[in-house]
Design a protein around this ligand. Sequence first.
Ligand code: ADP
Length: 485
Amino acid sequence: SLQLSYPALLRQSTAWLAGEWVGADSGAKIAVTNPANGDLIAEVPRMGRAETERAINAAAVAHKEWRALTAKARSATLKRWFALIMQHQEDLARLLTAEQGKPLGEARGEIAYGASFIEWFAEEAKRVYGEVIPAPLGDRRLMVLKQPIGVTAAITPWNFPNAMITRKVGPALAAGCAMIVKPAGQTPLSALALAVLAEEAGIPGGVFQVVTGDAREIGDVLCASPVVAKLSFTGSTATGRILMRQSADTVKKLSLELGGNAPFIVFDDADLDAAVEGAIASKYRNAGQTCVCANRLFVQDGVFDAFAQKLAARVATLQVGDGFGEGVTQGPLIDEAALAKVESHVADAVAKGAKLVVGGKRHALGGTFFEPTVLADVSPESMIFREETFGPVAPLFRFKSDDEVVELANRTEFGLASYFYSRDIGRIWRVAEALEYGMVGVNTGLISNEVAPFGGVKQSGLGREGSHHGIDEYLEIKYVCMAGL
Ligand code: ADP
């Protein structure tokens, strides 16, 4: 059972709206279950149109006072929030594992990673500099001010129930905006726990709110509202397209962090052991359920068999089970639909000639557990080449030349993360520049941190999160032209 040393983090049947913990107007609730065993953990309010409108009204009022504070004052409040999150890291991690399924060690990592965005943007809050532009006329002075965009909204996914929220709320609040968060239905508890700590840190009620409930209804209201100036979304490309369309009528500013189809390239001059460890980190983290997980592993002909063998041996050591279990590295998939997609990708690849090296089927534990899998000699005609698998399956594709693999890697509408292993500095530069991706990991499978710009090109999205660029997503540029001096 879920034992918390600070039970206040587990809010029962209320959400954080306009500075109050309230249920849905209708009293309706949504069950939150543990994907490892199906147990009911808690219930959250099934809110909709009316509650969302109230949240928007509260934000419209609250953000005026918040933006009028000095950056230093906002920064101090965000730092208190950061400290509280880290103080409750263990409980937040336990809550996260219970609702999402990832191994507890990974959940602890996510809390620290999530908190790092609050700390970083608390620091960046104080560095929102304007500009003075040399004027083309003598009587003029040209200036650029940066101002908060206003009321903002975030719709977030279940795979990182904490960090996908903090890296939106951190910069929004630092910039002087208010933010309404609609967390994923599967994982609202981590979002509500963040709100508990935001309240304790002294973040005003209407400045950060969490509305749980009907995704479509809440999304409709947020998108249609002219008060909401900006929407930041992380999730599937399909949903991103819907939200983009719905935001057209109010010409909303958008940040979209959508799907990926990450290539992971192993060249023949790579350190193979390092490449195996990188592949494990990139492919099997969160059981393959991250948007930057390696989706297609391209291995050069000369090292293909050696790499496949080493990878399979390492994959065989992964331990599948309940995320709370000792030594477990692979939790369950989020739901039955996720499992069905993984199964279909494996079946399709095998039907098109792929060899099953290890794994390949539902795990003996039952539920939504799947065996960590490696497929060799997969055809680029396979579904797994085109679609994000979002599961623990590594498909190995064989290639011969650099030009060939760059073409294969770029043959997708996605462009989020990419990875490659080589020790040749010329090749490293050429390939890093040729990959049509927002992020490139060279000789590493882990690239994300709060100081670097995270985001995609092509249909993987718009905008960047983290780094000093991340706060610009919540700022407007205002040009002030002073004449007649
Ligand atoms: P996934 O397939 O990973 O669940 P989604 O893109 O469907 O990805 O979900 C990401 C977030 O988008 C979740 O918070 C979900 O509730 C929300 N969502 C899904 N569909 C809609 C929609 N039509 N309008 C607004 N939000 C939506």
